[in-house]
Write a protein that binds this ligand. Structure first.
Ligand SMILES: Cc1cc2nc3c(=O)[nH]c(=O)nc-3n(C[C@H](O)[C@H](O)[C@H](O)COP(=O)(O)OP(=O)(O)OC[C@H]3O[C@@H](n4cnc5c(N)ncnc54)[C@H](O)[C@@H]3O)c2cc1C
Length: 399
């Protein structure tokens, strides 16, 4: 530390103003604790706002057992956080900020506005009301027993807090703030390496696919190792993107082959018997379009991945093997696996090697598919870390 570094004392410090950090700040503020939130970017919650561009899928309305099963593995501290603040609580909390939610046909829950900005505005106003101070362009560059050191527009600053909550996110979409740089300052044994999660897939297409770029493939089911999804995706210049492939991308990362059932509602024997009706003079493509109602995009995929066509096309249509798919670069992934290992955290998300420092959100080593699971886990762990940090501050006042 330079001798003349400005030092400030505060009851609680939250580092990172994404959904996890803001929820921790809300808990602290509600408990009457004096809080500073330090954010590296010029404005808070940029990834949250980006999530709003696709409607802001906040949570999933489903049986809690099914919900928890999406987190594999689901360490006890995460499970406790989700049980305390799960889908029902996320919906009520959103409603309490003047943003009622609705549940879509697949159980996904969204704010009725389908946007993040009105919710964020109301949330920041609530935090203002609690007296939470937001420091923008404050980037954490060091953390030790003497406090947290930040690079700020006014030079280096140190904050000494009774309790600190780390909420610096994962390692994708670095331009929105979460670059994963915090991990390099942690003991390596405490960190599981970052990996892309909910990733698009790269493929090298043959020229005939060019005219299908931007085309949607709907109503299919995908299977890759242990991971399955039902839904849709887009054929892009670079490969396959969209919800349907994100959910199974973990299988690709784990080295499994990807298969697509192009006719998930039609049993194999019906597909077989339908195919037998094709007359010799009718082209396969025409028959697939007319009799099995395959779209041009689906037919193009069949031609791309199963040429030369086998005499029995039914198994291909029920399980088209997508060869050569790899994950897109990590920075493009919706989320990242890896981060602070749970075996180095207490049941209240306190770092084992740094007392009174807690962590939450995508910084932690958990993984789940898209569908609202990510934001729910960030909010739930933010709440748990914020409550625990507030207990530390309260205990220190009683000393
Ligand atoms: C395109 C896209 C769409 C998505 N859609 C959904 C969706 O619909 N539903 C869903 O559940 N999830 C969605 N997600 C995922 C979700 O947005 C993230 O999981 C969530 O934002 C993570 O929250 P967090 O608070 O842990 O981290 P982040 O939101 O990444 O926030 C971390 C904050 O910490 C700050 N920070 C980082 N380093 C420092 C430092 N050294 N000093 C100070 N501050 C620092 C960052 O600037 C950032 O503001 C989407 C993600 C993307 C990219």
């Amino acid at each position: 530390m330079t001798q003349d570094m400005h030092v400030e004392a505060v009851e609680a410090l939250v580092i990172g103003a994404g959904p996890a950090g803001l929820m921790a700040a809300e808990e602290l503020g509600r408990a009457g604790v004096q809080v500073i939130v330090a954010e590296a970017m010029p404005s808070p919650a940029r990834k949250f706002l980006m999530a709003g561009k696709s409607g802001l899928n906040l949570t999933k309305n489903e049986d809690m057992g099914v919900f928890l099963n999406q987190f594999t593995p689901c360490p006890p501290a995460l499970e406790a956080a989700l049980n305390a603040f799960g889908p029902t609580e996320v919906s009520s909390w959103t409603d309490s900020l003047g943003q009622p939610v609705f549940t879509g046909s697949t159980g996904r829950v969204f704010p009725k506005t389908m946007k993040a900005s009105p919710l964020l505005r109301a949330w920041i106003a609530r935090l203002d009301g609690y007296g939470v101070a937001l420091r923008r362009r404050w980037r954490l560059v060091g953390l030790d027993a003497g406090g947290a050191i930040f690079e700020t527009p006014d030079g280096e600053r140190r904050i000494q807090a009774k309790a600190t909550v780390l909420a610096m996110g994962g390692a994708s979409w670095a331009r929105l703030g979460s670059n994963g740089a915090w991990a390099t300052s942690m003991p390596p044994a405490r960190i599981a390496p970052f990996e892309p999660a909910n990733s698009a897939l790269s493929l090298s297409w043959s020229p005939h696919m060019t005219r299908h770029f931007g085309g949607a493939v709907k109503g299919v089911s995908l299977c890759c190792g242990l991971y399955r999804s039902r839904g849709e995706f887009i054929i892009s210049k670079r490969g396959l993107e969209g919800g349907g492939v994100y959910s199974v991308s973990r299988g690709v990362r784990e080295g499994y082959e990807l298969y697509i059932d192009l006719l998930p509602d039609m049993p194999l024997d019906i597909v077989k018997s339908t195919l037998k009706r094709r007359k010799a003079k009718e082209t396969v493509a025409n028959f697939l379009r007319k009799s099995l109602r395959l779209t041009p995009e689906k037919i193009a995929l069949v031609m791309e991945f199963s040429r030369p066509l086998p005499s029995d096309l039914a198994p291909v249509l029920k399980g088209l093997k997508i060869t050569g798919a790899t994950l897109r670069p990590m920075d493009e992934a919706i989320s990242t696996a890896g981060g602070l290992r749970f075996d180095g955290l207490s049941a209240t998300l306190e770092l084992a090697y740094m007392p009174n420092v807690f962590a939450c959100g995508e910084m932690l080593d958990w993984e789940a598919p898209t569908g609202g699971y990510l934001l729910t886990a960030c909010l739930a762990t933010g709440k748990l870390a914020g409550q625990a940090a507030s207990d530390v501050v309260r205990a220190s006042q009683g000393e």
